[in-house]
Design a protein around this ligand. Structure first.
Ligand SMILES: [Zn+2]
Length: 412
């Protein structure tokens, strides 16, 4: 048996025929500016601070403080940085869940910041689905706080006008890479009677609709108290869930929620590294798969930008929750098609970029692959590798990453 291991070879190989080529990954959930929080939010608050333990909610205050510092130029720079890093990690498309409608310096909410996002997509070459987000209140029966005013999206008609104006501004060349869509920030942030109107605005335009739901237990409790339904139940009752709908997180869902998501064909977008960083909880990945709920991934807060890390954590969390190994696999036990379906195909679909042929080539000469049989390399990379393995990235036939570095623009 020993020769089985030795036959694979123990030296790095640069043989082109052994290159590992993967499809471009889809980052289906992003807030580009939150990349600026990296490091700052990995430190805990001083224990004396408000006598409070670090949590999603204390993280949110830091995020709000960061948002207050950003003007249009800073937002654009943050998106360029984030998306260049996404491309270097192997993501070729991003769903930007955009709610910073009034950056610092703007007098009223509008599309200045969204236009900056579109410029950043052109400069980096990443595929962008810009999801213009409805955000109207601070919580159930609570107005926007002073800090949340900059997220105010106005009426559904105003938000729809923004989408139409931005969409009309795209050139023919842009349209292959850049498109608009809608988002509902959460059932906390939009009145229930308007949820269906946002969904309808997306539907009549043939655009995707994404929504954060059931990320934290407190949101589920508040929704049940005020509406008598879970967030997923409320979204369904208001006609939001459907095949073009991406539900972000869905961490704290019950069997009835999972059945609803499956029945409506909604995609759940998991953000495993962010959900870990924020202490959200572990999603019921195995139950989603058994129910036939399509899954995708996103790097959300960008504490980590690495599709290999997202997919590995997704699988490892599923192992921890079930006590089994190799949970996200096909019938033959192979994790590669199952993980690439989540990391690439379903993400592209829920972003409206279905069928694109983007490619990610890994460094076959890396020491990481030493001793790994060619047929095992994709599995090794997806479950043990990292974005550091990415050598070249092609978007629509154009090579945007060479030797692991983004080449389309300088990161000034
Ligand atoms: Zn998010």
């Amino acid at each position: 048996m020993a020769s089985l291991w030795h036959d694979a070879g123990m030296e790095p190989s640069a043989n082109d025929s052994e290159h590992v080529v993967l499809p471009g990954f889809a980052n289906a959930h992003s807030h580009a500016f939150q990349r600026l929080l990296r490091g700052r939010v990995q430190r805990g608050l001083p224990r004396a601070a408000a006598g409070e333990r670090d949590s999603f909610w204390t993280w949110r205050e830091t995020m709000y403080a960061c948002a207050e510092t950003l003007d249009v130029a800073a937002l654009e720079a943050s998106a360029r940085l984030t998306w260049a890093e996404c491309l270097e990690a192997g993501y070729t498309a991003v769903g930007e869940f955009h709610y910073l409608h009034r950056p610092t310096g703007a007098v009223v909410p509008g599309i200045e910041a969204a236009q900056a996002m579109i410029r950043a997509a052109r400069q980096t070459g990443i595929r962008l689905r810009l999801l213009m987000t409805a955000y109207r209140r601070g919580g159930f029966g609570t107005p926007l706080s002073a800090r949340q005013q900059r997220f105010d999206s106005g009426t559904v008609a105003e938000l729809s006008d923004w989408v139409d104006t931005l969409s009309a501004s795209l050139s023919v060349g842009d349209r292959a890479h850049i498109g608009l869509g809608f988002a509902i920030h959460s059932v906390r942030a939009v009145e229930p009677e308007l949820l269906g109107a946002v969904a309808e605005a997306a539907r009549v335009r043939g655009m995707p609709l994404h929504v954060h739901a059931s990320e934290q237990p407190a949101e589920v409790v508040a929704c049940r108290q005020h509406m008598g339904l879970s967030p997923i139940g409320l979204l369904d009752a208001m006609g939001v869930l459907g095949p073009d709908c991406g539900v972000v997180h869905a961490t704290h869902v019950d069997a009835a929620d999972i059945a609803l998501l499956a029945a409506r064909g909604a995609t759940v977008i998991l953000c495993p590294t962010t959900e870990g960083d924020l202490g959200d909880g572990v999603p019921p990945t195995d139950a989603f798969r058994h129910a036939g709920v399509p899954l995708a991934i996103g790097s959300d807060s960008h504490a980590v930008i690495d599709p290999f890390a997202e997919l590995r954590r997704l699988e490892y969390d599923a192992r921890a929750a079930t006590g089994r190994r190799c949970v996200v696999v096909g019938d033959d036990g192979d994790p590669v098609p199952a993980l690439l379906d989540i990391g690439a195909a379903q993400g592209m679909r829920v972003l409206g970029f279905e069928g694109v042929g983007d490619r990610v080539t890994l460094r076959s000469g890396s020491r990481f692959f030493s001793g790994v049989a060619p047929g095992d390399r994709a599995a090794a990379a997806l479950l043990g590798g990292s974005a550091a393995l990415v050598d070249q990235v092609e978007v629509a036939g154009q090579t945007l990453v060479v030797d692991g570095r983004h080449v389309a623009v300088g990161l000034s």
